[in-house]
Design a protein around this ligand. Sequence first.
Ligand code: ATP
Length: 237
Amino acid sequence: MAAIEVINLTKKYGQLEALKGISFSVNEGEVFGLIGPNGAGKTTTLRVLSTLLEVTSGEVRIGGYDLVKQADQVRKIISYLPEDAGTYKNMKGIEYLRFIAEFFDEKDRDEMLRRGVEIARLDERLNDRIDTYSKGMQRRLLVARALMIKPKLAILDELTSGLDVINAQTIRRIVKESARQGTTVLLSSHNMLEVELMCDRIALIDDGRIVASGTPAELKARYHAGNIEDVFVEVVR
Ligand code: ATP
């Protein structure tokens, strides 16, 4: 069974049709990347799949559940990291992770917190208030929040936006490790190297339509391109 099955999904904001009938599927344990130019519909897709925006038409199944009819079930198995996610700035990092763990069964909380601390890698800074963190430190805390609960599906919008190379690489490694441990990952990115390094498969979305998809190797071969950036330029041009 696919972790995500999207069939002919459309999404309208008033008159504007942001998604014009997209279809794709993501297999369990896969890291799947959505790429595309500004305004293509990536965030809209991720927000619809996270149950935060209503489907206009089409069919989506997540973990076998119908996104519209079984939204509560879907919410239990996903973890969504928005591009511009915020935290509670006057909490300490460790308090924030504890606060998240408290939404879950008592028996699982200690293990979740342990994982959160491990993923965030903020060491003693976890005892400082979040408003003293740099952007990269905040993002690491948020990635820890998203992955510490071992979701069946993590939906990560612009995973490493605003991060330096070292922080970005650390976070990519953590996400890959989570995928190895059974979390399916759907992410969006403007960083083509990141997508090429991380994703088992990629869909390129442009003006609300999927215009190319496949493994990085398939896409490069199909467009006679040396890297995914060249594929992107070729397809979107
Ligand atoms: P970016 O790379 O710039 O983040 P994106 O691929 O994530 O872009 P979306 O944010 O999904 O693109 O936007 C897709 C289209 O939907 C755009 O034309 C955008 O203007 C429009 N749109 C997005 N959110 C809204 C909204 N809340 N109301 C109206 N239109 C919206």
